[in-house]
Design a protein. Structure first.
Length: 483
């Protein structure tokens, strides 16, 4: 089942990759450095607002759907969720509109924030359905809607930037329109599933008690990853934010896609196993996923660091390219630690509903990152911000592993991780042996091909995460889930 779910979510992750790298490649070329920096700041503010207002509710949908379905309370569950969304959208959206109106911001920034607010409200409404589809195991519907949203939002955004003078606001206008189109198809389906259910304040209180600490944790986790952009803007200016965001976006986006892929496939299965079969079944699912994470994420992070210079030359616009290559290896390392922590080790807290402890840990990590950025940015510039992020994530990861085992002992597949590390080291040696080539795109292509080939052979010989069996099943016309 795990393999089937991973393959089912693959179209979404391919769309994420195309949009993620395409956004950096296209937006850094069609937007000036200052406008791209403004886009990065608005995107950071939008992400924080989404986490603050809606993520707690989305987390509750994901966590409690299996329980509601098992008890025959799905309609009441969904009706309560949509009712709470309405209140949150009214209060949160109104607060954001008020802030945009009264804050002393220039017109282009206010315009971008206005479209970002609309995009936020529509995306959050869509996300209730998406989390429900994931929890139900309806992989096909989830993938079709999410991939369509990503691709349409990107294409519409590019078109608006090229054909109008609204600049960075076009990106958020595009995502808002894409979300509205997806809701046309999905909202009637979701409404039919909730029709007849009763709004239950007691259920809403349970969801809030579970989800609000997750939102608090994610706010500080998000500040840990993007909060330094506001400090960079203060110390070094918006153009430097654009340079930093371009390098950060390349490294962090790819790793985020990989870990979100695993999270989308594994988390519903782990919850269902925990609720229906008990802790040991949940550990079995999580352990297999952790081995696969090492197989895929370790070489991805190392590969990004190894090809940093040709990758930024090919994909990043010249106006923000200067510093992007220098920070990319640091962000690749921090992205690996963040992904392992968020999409694996945090499960110990969420399964046992100890989300308050998780929130406290991430608060401390964000404060540490703030202190390190205040010290490092004036001394080392953009590299200092990247160094601060790596150190903060390292401390947070170690503490998370230790604390999480008090509540739920997750498997630590050291044998698979060590083999993945060894294969990654062999890959790095092979990439380092590739001579410099005259064209950046050729250099990138050859290094990527050599790295992928060497790692693939090494992984097969070491049989990391039982990958030989997966290949045998594929040749036999079976799904990996049948291994």
């Amino acid at each position: 089942m795990l393999g089937r779910h991973l393959l089912g979510y693959l179209p979404v992750q391919l769309s994420q990759a195309l949009v993620g790298f395409g956004s950096v490649a296209v937006f850094t070329r069609i937007l000036p450095a200052e406008s791209y920096g403004r886009y990065a700041l608005v995107l950071a503010a939008l992400s924080l607002a989404h986490i603050l207002i809606f993520t707690w509710l989305e987390a509750a949908v994901a966590r409690f759907h299996a329980r509601a379905e098992r008890r025959g309370h799905t309609r009441a569950h969904l009706m309560t969720v949509y009712s709470v969304y309405g209140v949150a959208a009214l209060l949160g959206g109104g607060a954001m509109v008020g802030l945009i109106h009264f804050l002393p911001l220039d017109l282009p920034l206010k315009t971008a924030l206005g479209f970002a607010t609309l995009s936020l409200l529509l995306r959050a409404l869509m996300q209730i359905g998406m989390e429900t589809h994931r929890a139900r195991g309806d992989v096909g519907r989830f993938s079709a809607l999410e991939a369509s949203y990503l691709m349409l939002g990107f294409m519409i955004g590019v078109g608006l930037i090229l054909t109008t003078d609204i600049g960075a606001a076009g990106v958020f206008a595009g995502t808002a329109l894409a979300a509205a189109l997806m809701l046309v198809f999905d909202l009637p389906v979701m409404w039919s599933r909730s029709r007849g259910g009763k709004r239950q304040p007691s259920r809403a209180r349970i969801y809030a008690a579970y989800g609000l600490p997750i939102s608090l944790s994610l706010i500080f986790e998000h500040l840990l990853s993007i909060g330094d952009r506001f400090l960079i803007a203060g110390f070094l200016g918006e153009s430097s934010v654009g340079m930093y965001a371009a390098g950060y976006g390349l490294a962090d986006r790819l790793l985020d896609i990989i870990f979100i892929w695993f999270g989308a496939a594994v988390w519903p299965l782990t919850i269902k196993a925990f609720e229906q079969e008990g802790p040991d079944a949940a550990r079995a699912v999580a352990g297999r996923a952790a081995g696969l994470m090492g197989l895929i994420a370790f070489p991805a992070a190392a590969g990004l660091a190894l090809v940093a210079e040709p990758l930024t030359t090919v994909l990043v616009g010249e106006s923000v390219r200067a510093e992007a290559a220098g920070i990319l290896p640091w962000i690749a390392l921090s992205g690996l630690m963040n992904g392992m922590m968020t999409y694996y080790f945090h499960e110990a807290f969420t399964l046992k509903r100890r989300t308050g402890v998780m929130a406290a840990l991430m608060t401390g990590a964000a404060l540490l990152n703030l202190a390190l950025n205040l010290a490092f940015i004036p001394l080392f510039g953009l590299i200092g911000a990247a160094m601060a992020t790596v150190l903060a994530y390292a401390v947070a990861l170690v503490i998370c592993v230790i604390m999480g085992r008090r509540y739920f002992v997750l498997p630590l597949p050291w044998a698979e991780w060590i083999k993945a590390g060894a294969a990654t080291a062999i890959m790095a040696a092979a990439v380092f042996s590739v001579p410099d080539l005259p064209f950046a795109w050729l250099d990138l292509g050859v290094q990527a091909f050599v790295g992928a080939a060497v790692y693939g052979i090494s992984a097969y010989l070491l049989n990391i995460a039982d990958c030989r069996q997966w290949l045998r099943d594929a040749r036999a016309g079976l799904t990996p889930a049948e291994a």
